[in-house]
Design a protein. Structure first.
Length: 358
């Protein structure tokens, strides 16, 4: 059997994606006219829940041409393609690159820090600098916003692995930076770093997709207000109808009592309906990594002394040569990246919210 089908089109399409995936997983492929035959290894056909020898076609309408064979269509939303896409996305591609710079900033850090940072009840003095190596992780994540409808998209994050700080705008500025990609001795993330990155994505994710979801949120809010208004109108009309019925002559005391009880229940019923409506149009956001780029780069570590009253403490900041700005600092209490920070208990640095609670 020919393992490299010659009739697959050069243009990237669903069938080409499928055959690349199957071949990479050890399948043997043979192309013939309108279809491709595939002999799958045991672990693969078991994972896909198909037979070991299958035929694939681009159009579900062609399946009847292959009577007696296990034939599957490769189209959007076809069951086999959905399984393959899920398996392909289970482990995001991981690349590693070294960044090269002919020049690194050597002075002017004090002014840059003053422009970017606010130090609460304290002041700082730059005491020295050092060129060091540091690591960044760039994540491309797929976000899914689920409400009465669903919206999907991609969002990028950049984190300094050594400090835990987010690096705003770094992903978008990487294109013009000289990079050398590694293929051997790639250093991955430790379990602790992976858990920390996951936490950072959950913390910063909702804000990162805010702009992408602006119209989606407006749509859900409009529909909530529309349906909420309809509920108010319905229950107000129902209440007036019941009140008017109580004034009619000839109705029994029992009927009056039943209608008064139902009338009293209207506010609670309306509140329950409003709560269900709010749940219906609330937006739940999930983020899943789909690509990872690990970056090692030279940077400048800027050492400072933070002075608060009669107390002093030493700290350091990171100059990012890609963004040409200082990375934010990290609150020692909540772990949030911030440009507004100040000393607190044991002369540790805290963000504004944590500092106010001390």
């Amino acid at each position: 059997m020919n393992s490299d089908p010659s009739n697959i089109e050069n243009d990237l399409d669903l069938m080409e994606f499928t055959t690349r995936f199957l071949k990479d997983r050890g399948a043997l492929l043979e192309s013939r006219n309108e279809a491709i035959d595939a002999l799958l290894p045991g672990d693969l056909f078991a994972a896909l829940d198909v037979e070991d020898h299958i035929t694939m076609t681009r159009d579900a309408g062609d399946i009847k041409k292959f009577e007696g064979k296990k034939c599957y269509s490769i189209e959007f939303q076809s069951p086999l393609l959905d399984k393959i896409v899920s398996m392909a996305g289970a482990h995001p591609p991981f690349l590693h690159a070294d960044l090269n710079f002919n020049y690194l900033k050597t002075q002017g850090f004090a002014n840059l820090i003053r422009k970017q940072f606010t130090f609460l009840k304290s002041k700082i003095k730059v005491t020295g600098t050092a060129e060091v190596k540091t690591r960044y992780i760039h994540l491309t994540c797929k976000f899914i916003a689920q409400s009465d409808e669903q919206k999907q998209g991609l969002v990028d994050f950049s984190f300094n692995l050594d400090t835990g700080a987010i690096a705003p705008g770094m992903s978008g500025m990487m294109a013009g930076t000289e990079k050398q990609y590694k293929t051997e001795n790639i250093q991955g993330c430790s379990q602790k770093e992976t858990m920390h990155i996951h936490k950072l994505v959950q913390v910063y994710g909702p804000a990162a997709v805010e702009d992408e979801l602006a119209e989606f949120k407006q749509s859900m809010n409009r529909r909530f207000k529309r349906d909420s208004k309809s509920l108010d109108e319905y229950y107000n009309a129902l209440g007036k109808e019941m009140e008017e019925s109580l004034s009619r002559t000839g109705i029994s005391d029992k009927l009056i009592k039943d209608r008064e009880e139902k009338l009293a229940m209207i506010p609670n019923e309306l509140a329950v309906k409003k709560k269900d409506l709010l749940n219906k149009y609330s937006i739940r956001i999930s983020l899943v990594p789909v690509a990872v780029l690990a970056v090692t780069t030279s940077c400048v570590r800027v050492f400072v002394t933070v002075v608060s009253g009669h107390e002093k403490m030493n700290a350091s900041l990171t100059y990012n040569p890609v963004t040409k700005l200082m990375d934010p600092m990290v609150c020692k209490s909540c772990g949030i990246s911030t440009y507004s920070i100040g000393p607190g208990k044991e002369m540790k640095l805290y963000c504004t919210d944590c500092h106010d609670q001390i």
